[in-house]
Design a protein around this ligand. Structure first.
Ligand SMILES: *[C@@H]1O[C@H](CO)[C@@H](O)[C@H](O)[C@H]1NC(C)=O
Ligand SMILES: *[C@@H]1O[C@H](CO)[C@@H](O)[C@H](O)[C@H]1NC(C)=O
Ligand SMILES: *[C@@H]1O[C@H](CO)[C@@H](O)[C@H](O)[C@H]1NC(C)=O
Ligand SMILES: *[C@@H]1O[C@H](CO)[C@@H](O)[C@H](O)[C@H]1NC(C)=O
Length: 427
């Protein structure tokens, strides 16, 4: 599909005002006055767990927010909704295209709760062989007591356990969460992906003497690990954040950014924040993109034609927020030689900042944001949300119709119609 053709189709675009006949004027008026998204969608079959959010209903507000009042943390509640009503039916339909993604009866289940310690943070990765999903604790959060004292832990759940409770909305305590004893231990893991039958974790490093690194881990006992890369020509990275494999060239692309520093477990950066590429066979490491505030999540479209990089520029960790910085997803063209070109703004999010990012098998783009997981079509149109009312830093598909969402102190299991963009990266 050509993204441009699909972009924001509006009555205005379909009926340019200049060349209007009487008939087209009538058609245009009918189109503008025609049934709203709500009535079109409600009229068909809206799943019980879904609700329509009509953006036009809040294009004009009686009360708007002056800049000094904005704090990037309180969530926008459109008129006619409440914080409770938004959470009650968590699949928010912004566009009919979202109905195909969620299917007829999507479910959202809270499967674990950790009252204080943010155990459910990032690096959500599915092991196809064991049908388990792995994820990691927040390395920098104060309540995790990690930082310079101890490393963040890796944990996992079984998908069969999650599926057995998927008709409940709250099943916290019913799904076993198991700590994974990686050996030697992956230090401060933050991102992860499947790679040649193993996982690659990005480790953020710790202090001056444990450098950030790419770690390979066996997804099965004894969870043995091997460091794949821990420097750029002798220099330490800042804190490696996320990692993904290109579906065609199979190289390893990863982001490096300042979060270890602004969460007080890494020294001040010695490099600018940027996106790197490793060819594991030759060992070559190159820089493929820079010019971000804080590059964070990254992923590729299923055909490998596009790279998506999130920028959590507004979030300066323990030092606060910079509201005028990026909370954006950038899209690059991936050229035949695997370099990135033509950076463009793909989305600027309306809640928090986009962190972990993944595509489904149709090329739609999902990102963890300040109120849950947002979903855009390939043209960057927001088509829906899986709304939690709280921040999700990352999530992932676990094969067709299944997703696990990390939300710091909460872990969720989702069933829907879409399939993930799983990359088989055989040798
Ligand atoms: C905005 O103000 C108008 C006029 O006072 C009122 O009818 C309407 O209900 C208000 N809308 C909201 C969302 O408060
Ligand atoms: C949920 O699923 C279980 C087992 O599949 C079934 O016994 C139970 O009746 C279901 N509950 C609801 C509310 O659908
Ligand atoms: C784990 O150990 C097995 C057996 O020695 C080896 O084949 C595999 O490559 C190791 N994996 C990692 C990530 O070190
Ligand atoms: C962001 O905000 C922090 C704290 O206010 C400040 O120290 C830092 O320099 C800012 N960074 C940028 C890029 O504006």
């Amino acid at each position: 599909m050509s993204p441009e053709v699909n972009a924001h189709s509006s009555a205005k675009k379909r009926y340019p005002w200049l060349k209007m006949t009487a008939v087209s004027v009538l058609v245009a008026v009918l189109a503008l006055l025609g049934p709203s998204l709500s009535s079109r969608v409600e009229g068909s079959s809206l799943p019980a767990q879904a609700q329509v959010i009509n953006q036009r209903s809040f294009n004009v507000l009686n009360t708007t927010q002056p800049p000094a009042v904005f704090n990037a943390e309180s969530l926008f509640v459109p008129p006619g909704y409440t914080a409770e009503s938004l959470v009650k039916r968590p699949f928010h339909v912004y566009d009919e295209e979202f109905l195909k993604i969620i299917g007829k009866s999507p479910t959202l289940t809270r499967i674990a709760h950790s009252p204080k310690d943010p155990l459910f943070h990032e690096a959500v990765v599915w092991s196809k062989e064991t049908d388990e999903v792995f994820f990691v604790q927040n390395a920098g959060a104060k309540d995790a007591d990690t930082g310079l004292h101890k490393s963040a832990i890796i944990e996992k759940i079984s998908l069969a356990d999650a599926a057995s409770v998927s008709n409940k909305s709250d099943a916290a305590g019913l799904v076993k969460v198991t700590t994974v004893p990686s050996s030697p231990m992956v230090i401060n893991p933050n991102g992860a992906t499947n790679y040649r039958g193993q996982f690659i974790f990005t480790g953020e490093g710790q202090g001056n003497n444990t450098p950030p690194a790419l770690w390979l881990m066996n997804p099965q006992s004894p969870y043995n690990t091997t460091v794949l890369l821990n420097n750029y020509f002798g220099r330490q990275f800042n804190s490696l954040n996320d990692v993904v494999i290109h579906p065609k060239n199979k190289d390893v692309y990863f982001t490096d950014t300042i979060y270890g520093y602004v969460q007080d477990f890494r020294p001040a950066p010695g490099l600018q924040d940027q996106v790197y590429r490793l060819n594991p066979d030759s060992g070559a490491v190159t820089v493929v993109a820079d010019g971000f505030v804080h590059p964070n999540g990254l992923t590729f479209s299923p055909d490998g034609e596009y790279a998506y990089v999130t920028d959590t520029g507004i979030n300066y960790g323990f030092y606060g927020m910079n509201y005028t910085q990026a909370a954006s997803i950038y899209r690059f063209d991936v050229k035949k030689d695997g370099t990135l070109d033509n950076r463009k703004v793909f989305a600027f999010v309306n809640a928090g900042a986009p962190d972990g990012v993944h595509c489904d098998s149709w090329g739609n783009v999902y990102a963890g944001c300040g109120d849950g997981v947002h979903v855009w079509n390939p043209s960057g149109k927001l088509i829906g949300k899986i709304y939690l009312g709280t921040t999700s830093a990352n999530f992932n598909f676990a094969g067709k119709g299944r997703m696990v969402i990390c939300a710091e102190t909460e872990l969720y299991y989702v069933t829907l119609a879409a399939d993930g963009n799983y990359i088989e990266s055989e040798m």
